[in-house]
Design a protein around this ligand. Structure first.
Ligand code: FE
Length: 244
């Protein structure tokens, strides 16, 4: 009887020890796996984040302030657009004679076309630049010209106007193509002055005008490149001026 009791107690002890050992398996370390080797029944809180997505998230967060700040940062580092057709050091725009018809006190305007004015419309745009091809904001530009019949308004200010270049050194002039008058080819007179710089007086000319060949003032480097679209003309011209 004692022997049987001892055997039963021994069996119970072995069973208890076995159960106790399983419960002491560490929570971490070798994780229980399925037959396929994948983790089983891990709670979301204890599931390790996959390495790659975690790194990507960290990178995205690190990059986020830069990305979100990019528009502001970009505006602060954006350079003023520069004309492609200027190579420093650039030659100054040649000066030409003023002629007899300049008048002081022209109105400030970029469009010289009055209602009903005859002629072919032309829009001339460009920059005022210094010899290093840097835009000159606030430069004064004064235009005056004959009408499409070759006549100047010496009493008033028809086809006369001045303006100032914008913050990027740009100007725009809307006017009509001037006509010929005795001894002269088609031309538009202009004075340009950078703030604090000397005044430049010169003229624009037009391409493919027969009278260019016989005009004693004509200067080939001052011929506009004119494009025609929809019955209007468009041209670009950059002035290169001294700034002091
Ligand atoms: Fe003239």
């Amino acid at each position: 009887m004692k022997i049987r009791t001892a055997i039963i107690l021994t069996i119970i002890s072995v069973l208890l020890f076995s159960c106790s050992s399983r419960n002491e398996l560490p929570d971490t370390g070798d994780q229980p796996t399925t037959a396929a080797g994948e983790p089983t029944n891990l709670s979301p809180a204890t599931q390790p984040l996959p390495d790659l997505p975690a790194q990507a998230t960290a990178s995205a967060l690190a990059a986020a302030p830069t990305l979100s700040a990019a528009p502001d940062g970009a505006s602060s580092t954006q350079e003023t657009p520069k004309p492609a057709n200027c190579t420093a050091p650039a030659d100054l725009t040649p000066a030409l004679t003023e002629g007899p018809y300049w008048k002081e006190g022209s109105p400030e305007r970029t469009n010289l076309i009055d209602s009903g004015m005859p002629g072919t419309k032309i829009t001339i745009t460009g920059y005022v630049l210094d010899g290093e091809c840097q835009p000159v904001p606030g430069a004064w530009i004064d235009f005056w010209q004959a009408d499409s019949n070759g006549n100047y308004d010496n009493n008033g200010y028809i086809l006369r106007g001045h303006q100032f270049t914008d913050a990027d050194g740009r100007y725009i002039l809307e006017t009509v193509v001037p006509g010929l008058y005795s001894g002269r080819t088609e031309h538009i007179h202009v004075k340009v002055q950078a703030p604090g710089g000397p005044e430049l007086t010169t003229q624009f000319f037009f391409p493919d005008v027969a009278a260019n060949l016989s005009d004693r003032i004509f200067e080939p480097s001052l011929v506009l490149s004119v494009e025609e679209r929809g019955g209007e003309q468009f041209a670009e011209f950059n002035f290169i001026v001294a700034t002091r």
